[in-house]
Design a protein around this ligand. Structure first.
Ligand code: HEM
Length: 142
């Protein structure tokens, strides 16, 4: 798994372009001021995974799919791409998700030729992007 750096770059790039979870809420525990705005204790704030992930200063040509963005030495700044969140409430399933993703990618890519049957599947908006009819793929063993 540790050797699958390019494959993990692919997964990160997919999640950068379409974060599986757009963000979620937090409750402010103490008054703070940000950019001249005072946010009082008790307010709900929303952190978003879909705000810094396409800033061209950090991700040149941000709409392009480029799994090499995350290679050693040219990783984007910390906290600019946080599909699993960050801080004390970071997704506790992150490493398990990584294991599952890399394991299925490995088998699908090395053992099967595959084709998406409904490439124009409608994706419903909301907190999570969900293909309305699922994504149907045809797998053929090599
Ligand atoms: C690609 C897969 C996944 C993504 C992108 C993802 C993303 C996230 C994000 C963004 C959060 C919110 C973090 C925050 O509030 O700061 C979260 C929370 C959480 N995730 Fe995941 N997750 C994934 C897979 C999983 C898996 C496989 C599990 C369990 C086996 C899991 C369990 C949880 C739990 C329990 C929380 C709540 C943590 C808390 O509030 O303290 N996640 N996840």
């Amino acid at each position: 798994m540790q050797k699958m750096k390019y494959s993990w770059g692919v997964a990160l790039e997919v999640m950068r372009l379409v974060p599986p979870l757009q963000g979620t809420f937090r409750e402010v525990i103490t008054d703070f001021t940000y950019e001249g705005y005072t946010i009082p204790k008790g307010w709900k704030v929303y952190w978003s995974a879909s705000s810094t992930n396409k800033i061209s200063e950090y991700f040149p040509a941000p709409e392009e799919f480029d799994p090499t963005r995350f290679e050693n030495g040219k990783a984007p700044p910390a906290y600019s791409n946080i599909p699993f969140g960050s801080g004390p409430r970071i997704c506790p399933g992150k490493e398990y998700a990584r294991l599952q993703l890399l394991c299925s990618l490995h088998h699908i890519v090395t053992k099967y030729k595959w084709e998406v049957i409904n490439p124009n599947a409608k994706v419903a908006g909301g907190m999570n992007p969900v293909p309305e009819e699922g994504i149907h793929i045809r797998l053929q063993p090599y």
